[in-house]
Design a protein around this ligand. Structure first.
Ligand code: GAP
Length: 469
């Protein structure tokens, strides 16, 4: 199974999904760059998350807070104190961390793995703001994006007409000085989070926790992650982060084991009450109307609010964009033995097909002249490419046999291939090929845009033409 990771890493580099950061200088500790295909795919993941949160839910708004914040934020949040600044050892195998002073043996209590030497370790990345590098100028790169949301709780409340329960969604970079990063982009020191903070009455918190847990699991399933490779894990009390009352991880079965891809947390009033205390600002919510929430769908309908001031509870869903990226890539990777094209000599070759969801595939359409040494075919294919390019992420490819080009496209998840052949020159029709079934239909160029659009939106491929045998 670990072999699969080598294949994913090699494909990522070879085809331009992910590169090692600072590679020409020998690489830089667990940082990665997203290449031309990687950036498209990662943007698609973020877009799918953003649309799910802000378009589907009328009570969720977005935010883009600064990475740098007052160092006081991290005092209040507990990141500079609670647990984070202790002597820690980390298991090299399962990556669980332990307070050195809590350990009885020199082995990992969870899996028996070897432990790193103890270190006073704070995950926060220190930096200096301004020209003088002293204590007064010290701040930190954010270790979780959500703190910017809590700081803007009042701003959002006062500038919008939102009433509790409501949510604030944010996507952005976070930084952690991980002791043992690894497994490619699974655990890195710079990564992106997609976080929702859902503010609700304490009495509604348990119900909303269940709601968000299920809703987030469904998101992965809807985007094609295989059900048997996903599960919930209730985080035991002793492993809970300092801010959490309850946490459930969504885990994926990676080649290196079941691992967290997203955390759903009940943070109680930890954040708002601590920021209130440290900032001197009253971050309590006053429910003027004390009326029953009008949203019809369960569990919202039952969320009765009370007519008094209180610190809202926060239910958080925190997903990693990079971890999701790796999850989608691994989930989509298939090797099809025996070849999938009859048109090439390489019938017996093993072909890689990346069966990414239509929404996530970095390139949607390939435009291919049947052969490249016929100028009239090339000219026509370029015309078709020009027609589609403003509407879809497209690729023009004329190098190599048509079968080889189909395979190159399958390997990077291109959903549809448009082939311009000799018949095109006679009747302005082209063949359209579907990545997953390899089925081909013949359609008019004038209908291409419309049909591609509909197929990408989920309509059945064969609805638009007869199968070419
Ligand atoms: N605000 C809550 C929070 O940050 P977390 O469980 O520490 O919770 C949430 O992180 C998610 O962020 C994880 O499930 C993972 O997807 C992502 N993440 C955390 N640390 C990461 C790292 N070092 N590299 C890549 N992704 C990471």
């Amino acid at each position: 199974m670990l072999d699969l990771m080598s294949k994913i890493i090699s494909l990522s580099k070879r085809r331009g999904f992910v590169f090692q950061s600072s590679e020409i200088y020998g690489g830089f500790g667990s940082c990665y760059d997203f290449g031309p295909l990687g950036v498209e795919m990662k943007n698609n993941i973020k877009k799918a998350w953003w649309e799910e949160m802000t378009k589907k839910h009328e009570k969720i708004v977005g935010l883009d807070a600064a990475i740098l914040m007052s160092p006081k934020v991290w005092q209040a949040s507990g990141h500079l104190t609670a647990g984070f600044a202790d002597e820690l050892v980390e298991c090299k195998k399962c990556h669980h961390r332990f307070r050195k002073d809590f350990l009885e043996k020199e082995k990992c209590p969870d899996c028996g793995g070897e432990l790193t030497p103890p270190r006073k370790f704070n995950l926060m990345m220190k930096t200096f703001v301004g020209p003088v590098e002293d204590e007064a100028a010290t701040t930190y790169l954010r270790a979780e994006t959500c703190q910017g949301i809590y700081l803007n709780f009042l701003n959002v409340l006062n500038s919008s007409r939102l009433k509790i329960p409501f949510g604030i969604a944010q996507i952005g970079k976070a930084f952690r000085n991980e002791i043992t990063p690894g497994n490619f982009i699974y655990r890195t020191r710079e990564f992106e989070q997609m976080e929702l903070q859902w503010f609700c009455h304490p009495q509604g918190a348990d119900r909303f926790f269940e709601y968000w847990k299920e809703t987030r699991m469904k998101w992965y399933l809807d985007l094609g992650i295989k059900k048997e490779n996903l599960r919930f894990r209730e985080v035991p009390k002793e492993e809970l982060a300092h801010y959490a009352i309850r946490a459930v991880d969504i885990e994926y079965k990676f080649p290196f084991g079941w691992k967290e891809i997203e955390g759903v947390h009940n943070r109680g009033d930890w954040d708002l009450s601590n920021h209130s205390k440290h900032s001197g600002q009253d971050l309590k919510y006053f429910d003027e109307e004390g009326e029953e929430n009008k949203l019809s769908s369960s569990p919202f309908a039952k969320a009765r609010e009370t007519k008094k001031k209180y610190f809202p509870y926060i239910i958080e869903t925190s997903a990693g964009a990079d971890r999701s990226f790796l999850t989608f890539l691994i989930n989509a990777y298939c090797e099809v033995k025996g070849g999938r094209t009859k048109t090439t000599k390489a019938v017996k070759e093993e072909e890689v097909v990346l069966r990414l969801d239509k929404k996530l595939a970095p390139i949607k359409v390939a435009v291919l002249p049947l052969v490249k040494n016929k100028p009239e075919l090339v000219k026509k294919a370029k015309e078709v490419y020009g027609l589609l390019k403003p509407h879809f992420v497209c690729q023009y490819d004329e190098l190599g046999s048509i079968g080889r080009r189909y395979r190159r496209g399958d390997e990077i998840a291109i959903i549809l291939a448009v082939t311009v052949d000799f018949q095109t020159l006679k009747d302005n029709t082209v063949t359209l090929r579907d990545r997953d079934t390899m089925q081909q239909i013949r359609i008019e160029i004038s209908e291409l845009h419309n049909i591609i659009q509909k197929i990408l939106e989920g309509e059945k491929f064969l609805k638009f033409g007869k199968l070419i045998k």
